[in-house]
Structures are given as C-alpha cells and as structure tokens.
Design a protein around this ligand. Sequence first.
Ligand code: GAL
Length: 443
Amino acid sequence: MGKDNRLSRRRYLQGTAAAGAVAFAGCAEDEEIDDGNGDGNGDVDTDDTGNGDASEGELEIVHWWTAGGEEQALNALLDGYQEEYPDYEIEDNPAPGGAGAAIDAAIQTRVIDEDPPSTFQIWPGEALRPYTDADALEPVGDLWEDEAHDAYLDGVVDAASPEGDIVSVPINIHRLNNVFYNVDVVEDAGIDVDAIDTPEDLVDAFAAADDAGYVGLAQQTQEPWGILQFWEVMFTGQHGADTYQEFLDGNAADLEEEIYDSLALVADSEEYFNEDAGTVAWDEANADVVTGDAAFHHNGDWAAGEYQAADDFEYGEDWEYMAVPGTEDVYTLVMDSFVMPTNNPSPAATEAFINYCSTIDAQERFNPHKGSIPPRTDVPTDEFPPFLQDQMADFEASDAQITSISHGSGLEPALASEVEEEFAVFTDNWDPDETTENLVAIF
Ligand code: GAL
C-alpha cells in the first residue's frame, strides 16, 4: 500500500457515517477533558505508564470480538499491549453480537451515567458523532505515536476526526463486498465460479448448490444487518458504486426500480439459506462453509479470519473468495477503532492503549488474524496470509471505495437506524414492494 493510496482521495470521506442513533443530548456538556494527570489542562501524557493504583491501572475494554479469528486478533493486540505495558491489568469485557448489535446498549447508558469503560470499540466516522456532540470523548491525536500521523491513510485519519480533533484510533480496514465459498462443495455441485458474472448468476449458483443437496448461501437473519449488508453489496453489484452512493446521498426517490431489483434478488436468495438462519449468529452460519454443508457465504473479510482460525481449512485449496459480481473494482470499507471516553476510570492505562493501537506492532499483530488490512501504510505485510495479500492488491487496484450502512459508515446514525429497522421487517416479510416504498419514505 503506497502513501498515495486511493483511500485518501475517495469520496467516502464525505460520506463516512455510522449507526448508533442515540443522541446524548446534554451529556457531559460542560465537562473539561481530564487527562488524568491532575493538571486539568487536557494535555495527554503517554509517558505516564503503569504507576497508577489498582483501578487506574486496569484497562477495561468493551468490544464485540468473540467470534473465531476476531478473538485471536483481539488477544494478539492485548498481548502486545501487555508486553509493552506490563504494569497494567486488562479487564476484557465483551458485548458479543455481530456488527456491534449489543454494544450500544452496553455503552451508552454508562457514558450518560459518567461511568464509562476505559475504552470501547467503535466505527470511525459518523458513529462517533453522538459522542463528540456530547463532549464524551477525549481528543487522542496527541496520544498517537508521532510517526503514525504521516503513516496513516489520510481518509482514515479524517474518519477518526468527525469534528476536527482526532477522537479515535483506527486499527483495521475490512472489505465487505466478498463472497466466500467452499471449493469442494462448489465443484461437487458443478458450479463454475468463473462464469458467475452478475449478482443474478450468483443467485443461480446458490440454486445449483441447493439442487446438489447443499445450503446455497450460509446466512444469518437473526439480526437485520446481515440482510442489509447483503442488499447493499447486491445493489452495488447490479447498479454500480455511483448509484449506491446516490442512495447514500439521499436520492432514494429516483432509485425505486434499482432498490426494488436488488431487494427482489435478495428475496429470491432466501430459499437457499440454511434452515436455522433465523437463530444463528454470522460465525455459526459461516461454520457451515467450513464443515462443507454450505457452498457460499457473503460477509466482510472477518469471515476469512474465521477460516484462518479453523483447522485444516486452507485458502486456495479448501476455501476461496470472489468479489460480489459487479463489484470487482469496488472496496466497500468497514473500519474499527478505539476511543478514550471522558470521565475515564484509568487515564494512564487508556492513553497507553490508544498509543499502542497506533503503532506498527499493534497493527501487524492484529490484522492477520482479523482478516483486515492495516490503516498505517508502513506496516510490514510480507508475512500476512496470502488471502490478505490478495485483498491488499485489490485495495490498491480499486476504483471506488464506498462505505456501508450496516457497519456504521454510510449514513448518519438516525437514518441508518431507520433503514436497519426496515430491513428487520424485510427479513420477516421478504416483500420487495413494501420495502422499496418504505425505504424511499425514510429519505
Ligand atoms: C463489523 C466490525 C468488524 C466485525 C463485524 C462482525 O461491524 O467492523 O470488525 O466485527 O462487524 O461482527
């Protein structure tokens, strides 16, 4: 990845938004930023490491990374932090649920009650806004390692600075528009993946797998983000990144036909899902690809992290991936970051953690397990798994880098929530007419 990376020049910068629609009006409005060093001036001090008392020396971290691959990635990150700062304890406090399904409930009340954890996971971009509007986050730019500022992709830095100040530390970039498949299953079902050129062909391939006795598409419908993200990438595949961006820009009324087409295609896919789609999490659905019960899985490349964590399941031999047909030149971005809430229970430990996340060491440890690529351009990636080498090449070659609604970056939080609610209904009635009408009405 060169410094001249496309991420820095793409329009996603204007569109970066995120879910988490609760506003914290009035919360912490008059608070001063406390850097924990007692001088009340808000200066951050990365040298202040490990000398606090028991609770101040404990980093409580809230995240949703409990799935295979994700758990390994988090542990690799925390191990690196512990090596660097052995005096701090870690209180790992997960809020499991794909795409942060449970984290808002876990965090927002605590922030309002001025009893936040030391740090929590959040998408850079608009997801940060309810917190910055409430002055609930410390500026953390001074905590980043000095060299990090030049090394980060510009667009990522911008996403971490919705109001000007950097308020989070991004650690990864995922791609959302992937289709993964089990090589043996696809061969056994007589599917020629090279001949899958369009989203419609992809649904035909699900049908072919189904005919051969496999699950066509391993999917979760328990939480609405799974179908919302599937619709997003099928829409992009059918109508192109510019049209998708038009939708994000609020022009749904002119896109009724396009919205309908993609909803209808997603509804057509439903008959090829695993029977337990409504009661499983994404990683449980994806496990059907590993066991050879299912042919395909659509997801962000955290799904590849799960394959990498599985025994005897090798990239290129047992599993493969392709971009969602029609999105070969597109990189649909999903990023993660950590923040330092105000009223921080352990400022020194948190400062050290934010600083650590900005380092090469942290990003080199974390990303290979996670299935993501680093947002710093100077991380040595030669040792990254072959799958990620391919993703990095695709990132370099991509013409359009767009953001996702389901992962917080594509729409401002209140709208993203409304869209997601509509998809919760769609996931029940599979009615493209009604859903198109309702989506248009939201905008
Ligand atoms: C995304 C997040 C990823 C991954 C995924 C599945 O929102 O950015 O890192 O965890 O959800 O839960």
